[in-house]
Write a protein that binds this ligand. Structure first.
Ligand SMILES: [Fe+2]
Ligand SMILES: [Fe+2]
Length: 475
């Protein structure tokens, strides 16, 4: 097997500049999104340039949600850019996913392709699922050795890349059906015979990034992932690359013989978007993270401006203005809180946010002292630290991964103590969380992976042994 360097990009969510003008409509839409819409072309371009400038890597795999929601013009512009990548010597392998098509108002997929005028939206030409095969066939599927329903299998420098299409409609299970699983099993058997290490790619997570995700949104997982996991462990497949969650997270499951890793990659257009660079060599996959470059053409404040423009940065501004400048809060909250409701409930919202903002970590520590084992003297030292700031630090790590507080930190102990106390109160009042969260009855069990990395300990990088026996071949 030859050495191979390649990139994985997830959830590019490209959105054409031709589909919006500055105004209330695009602002309100942006506030409800966890990804960056307006600057999506510049951010995508910055990453494409990183890949083009890397002369040691000639391959890139894009694992779905390529564009915003099925807008035809977005596919036109995005495929134009992929063609340029190919011209510049890169092999491109693409999966499409749920955001890449819409039913044009006629089927189950609820996405509607729209443009944004100053104060309103208007319908624009959209893309049906059946059109995607033709649009994206030149980006990978045309080189496939074998295909099943837009899933495909391809030999890349002696490695077997298998890309599973799981573009469900968002309401029901997605992924391979029974016939598809037979096709996959056959591909795995062939790969084993031919001594090809297998790398799998899908859009939806195969292993949940944290228990809360699967418990709250089972149809947002790869459909029937239990069957897939069993098959991958059986045939010794060690790695599957996934996206969709927009979080950077590496997780692992094992049986008696094998380990399987799900390498979740952040959305390209997350507030702190990232891609992965992988080196396959000597039977190992060395998986690293590439961050959004600091300087980005067309965005004066670069990656810092991107990080502050949505999600955590936006919520920080929202909380701050609720206390300081309520009229600004009403404006800034558009898309999230209707202006008339924000004005009507000012007498509740403003004092509630003010009270929440003033809670310090000393007070929060005393709440769960009985369960955290913290001493009063230790709690007293944290009067200056605000609970809201700690919550924002946790939120800031939600998409980039590596939750911030290890078990030895004061913040971890405080949150653990308070949530264990919450568990106790729920038990007293016979409140069953498991009714809503698929068998999980503890607030702390749900929250811990967001506070501390309980997965593999590092979401940025990992080196994984792909096969036990290595056959070397000269370049
Ligand atoms: Fe996505
Ligand atoms: Fe998705």
């Amino acid at each position: 097997m030859k050495k191979l360097n390649f990139y994985v990009m997830a959830d590019n969510h490209y959105f054409s500049k031709k589909l919006w003008v500055e105004g209330n409509a695009i602002e309100c839409r942006s506030h409800t999104d966890q990804v960056i819409l307006k600057e999506a072309p510049e951010i995508n371009e910055a990453f494409f340039k990183v890949i083009e400038n890397d002369s040691d890597a000639d391959t890139v795999v894009l694992i779905g949600d390529l564009i915003n929601v099925g807008e035809k013009i977005c596919h036109d512009e995005f495929t134009e850019r992929l063609r340029k990548l190919q011209k510049n010597g890169k092999r491109v392998f693409v999966l499409t996913a749920t955001h890449d098509y819409n039913g044009c108002g006629e089927d189950e997929n609820t996405f509607v392709a729209v443009g944004y005028a100053e104060d309103s939206t208007y319908k624009v030409p959209c893309t049906r699922r059946a059109e995607l095969d033709e649009i994206y066939r030149p980006f990978g599927r045309d080189k496939a050795d074998s295909e099943y329903n837009m899933s495909y299998s391809v030999n890349v420098n002696g490695y077997r890349f298998i890309l599973l299409n799981d573009d469900g409609n968002g309401h029901t299970d997605c992924g391979l059906d029974d016939e598809g699983n037979k096709w996959l099993e056959n591909e795995l058997i062939k790969a084993k015979k031919n001594n090809e290490p297998v790398l799998l790619f899908a859009h939806h997570p195969v292993i949940t990034p944290y228990p809360l995700y699967e418990a709250a949104a089972p149809t947002e997982m790869y459909g029937r992932h239990h069957i897939l996991k069993e098959m991958l462990l059986k045939y010794g497949v060690r790695v599957v690359f996934t996206g969709h969650v927009h979080t950077h997270a590496i997780r692992k499951i094992s049986d008696e013989k094998n380990d399987l890793y799900d390498i979740g990659t952040s959305s390209v257009v997350s507030p702190m978007g990232k891609i992965r660079r992988i080196t396959l060599e000597n039977g190992f996959a060395d998986i690293k993270t590439v961050d959004l470059p600091e300087k980005i053409d067309g965005i004066p404040g670069g990656s810092k401006q991107v990080a502050e423009s949505c999600f955590g940065g936006y919520y920080r501004r929202l909380i701050d203005t609720a206390v300081r400048d309520y009229d600004e809060f009403v404006k800034l909250g558009c898309g999230l809180i209707p202006a008339d409701k924000a004005k009507k409930y000012r007498f509740i919202i403003k004092p509630a946010i003010k009270a929440l903002s003033s809670i310090n970590m000393s007070f929060a520590g005393r709440l769960g002292k009985k369960y955290s084992g913290l001493k009063s003297s230790e709690c007293k030292l944290h009067k200056e630290e605000k609970l809201i700031d700690v919550l924002f630090v946790i939120l800031d790590h939600f998409f980039p991964g590596d939750a911030p507080y290890t078990p030895d930190t004061y913040e971890y102990k405080v949150i653990r103590g308070a949530l264990l106390r919450g568990d106790r109160i729920m038990k007293l009042f016979r409140i069953r969380l498991s009714k809503y969260f698929n068998g999980i009855d503890s607030l702390w069990t749900l929250a811990e992976p967001l506070v501390h990395n309980t997965r593999t300990g590092c979401d940025r990088e990992i080196k994984i042994k792909l096969i036990d026996e290595v056959t070397y071949e000269k370049d």
